[in-house]
Structure formats: structure tokens, C-alpha cells
Write a protein that binds this ligand. Structure first.
Ligand code: SAH
Length: 219
């Protein structure tokens, strides 16, 4: 089994990464603190040890990626996380984003459609530190009706449309952060659920995610 070590060098690189995120406009201290705490190099292949603290996305298993730290920080900030918020994440991937939210005190429910990534996370011992994350293997388009309603929903793959079932699983006043678009580039939106069941929309910057796909893979 891989042994994890978080050295002073890693901590120093992390501090620099947090300074860079501040320069890029991230202001939520809770987000910055979570990134400062979390050893991102544990979430990558050991070959990427120091590269883990560059502000870049990296490949993980089955053609998927761990999101760029700036993207993780940006989405986390838009979610306006309060301690004990119940958050649904679509696209567990490396579980790094889920840990950032858990570190901020959220109760995280995260869904992954790739069996290989779900199984990897079951073996990933560091995640035991976060009993406030629940992992599910399934299709994020369906959400988790049995655990609804949620305070927040975060989609970490490029959504081709706004999934109505996920809107239905939000509390009134709840927020969804979603990169929307079918091409190479998506637009980040924040939706707020209204009392009549509809939602209002705020438009943010452009990002580039791997696609949100229907169904499960790997059975
Ligand atoms: N949040 C992740 C980002 C991973 S990339 C991290 O912090 O590393 C996006 C992930 O979404 C991929 O792992 C992909 O398999 C997954 N995904 C794509 N469509 C999905 C769907 N419909 N349901 C659940 N997961 C999905």
C-alpha cells in the first residue's frame, strides 16, 4: 500500500498555491484554508508529487481529470458553503473537490459514474479522515432522491443541459453551480431555486471540463 507523507516542502508549495489563488481573485477564507490544509499530492499518482501544487488539472484513471485548483476554489466559493450544508456533488473523480467541501464543514454526497474511480476511492485510506463524505456509484443525472433535498449541488463535469431532476432535489433558496455547454468550453452558472420550483440564473466565467455523460460505466 502507498504510504503518504506531507512534508514541509509540500506545505510550502501549498502556501504558494494559495497565494496564487488569492491573486487570481479567490477571497473566501474558508475555501483558501481548506486548500491550504489538503495534501493534493495524495490525490495524484506519486509521479506527480510536486506538480500537484501547480495550478493545473491532471489526468487520473480512465481518461478523467482532477480539476485545476483554481476551478475547485472558484466553484467552492460560488457555493457559499456554510458548516453542515448538505451538498450533492456530481463527478467524484479523485475526491479532491469533495474533500475541500468536507474540510469546510459540509455534509457531502458525491456520485461517480466510473466504477474504477469509485472503487479506487473505497481503497483510498486518507478519505477515512472525512466521515462527512458519502460515496455513491451511479448516474449523476438522476441525483440521489432518497437523500434530497440538498442545500447545494455542484456539478464538476460539463453539463449539456440543466438537469431538471437535480433542480427538483434542491431546497428552496438552495444553489447549484454548474458548468454548462456541450463544446470544449463551458460557462459557469449559479442557479438559485425559487419558491415556485423554478430558478434564477447568474452567469460567471468560462471553464473547460470533461463531459457529463449519462448512465454508469464499468459494471
Ligand atoms: N470533482 C472531481 C473532478 C473530476 S472530473 C475532482 O475533484 O477530481 C469529472 C468526473 O465526473 C469524472 O470522474 C467523470 O467520470 C464524472 N462524471 C461524468 N458524468 C457523470 C455523471 N453523469 N454522473 C456521475 N459522474 C459523472
Amino acid at each position: 500500500m502507498r504510504r503518504f507523507e506531507d512534508t514541509y516542502r509540500h506545505k510550502g508549495l501549498r502556501k504558494k498555491l494559495v497565494d496564487l489563488l488569492k491573486e487570481k481573485g479567490i477571497t473566501d477564507e474558508h475555501v483558501l484554508d481548506a486548500i491550504l490544509q489538503l495534501p493534493r499530492h495524495y490525490f495524484l499518482d506519486s509521479a506527480f508529487d510536486e506538480k500537484a501544487y501547480e495550478d493545473k488539472a491532471f489526468p487520473i484513471a480512465v481518461g478523467q481529470t482532477i480539476s485545476q485548483p483554481y476551478t475547485v476554489a472558484y466553484q467552492s466559493q460560488l457555493l457559499e458553503i456554510r458548516p453542515f450544508d448538505k451538498v450533492l456533488e456530481i463527478g467524484t473523480g479523485s475526491a479532491y473537490q469533495a474533500c475541500v467541501l468536507a474540510e469546510m464543514g459540509a455534509q457531502v454526497y458525491t456520485i461517480e459514474r466510473q466504477k474504477a474511480l469509485f472503487d479506487h476511492n473505497k481503497q483510498f485510506s486518507y478519505l477515512k479522515k472525512y466521515p462527512n463524505i458519502k460515496f455513491f456509484y451511479g448516474d449523476g443525472f438522476e441525483g440521489l432522491p432518497t437523500y434530497a433535498p440538498f442545500d447545494k449541488v455542484i456539478i464538476t463535469a460539463a453539463a449539456p443541459f440543466i438537469p431538471e431532476k437535480l433542480i427538483a432535489q434542491l431546497k428552496t433558496g438552495g444553489k447549484m453551480v454548474i458548468p454548462l455547454g456541450e463544446g470544449a468550453v463551458q460557462r459557469m452558472l449559479r442557479l438559485t431555486k425559487l419558491a415556485d420550483g423554478g430558478y434564477s440564473e447568474e452567469i460567471f466565467d468560462k471553464f473547460s471540463f470533461v463531459p457529463m455523460l449519462g448512465g454508469r460505466e464499468g459494471l
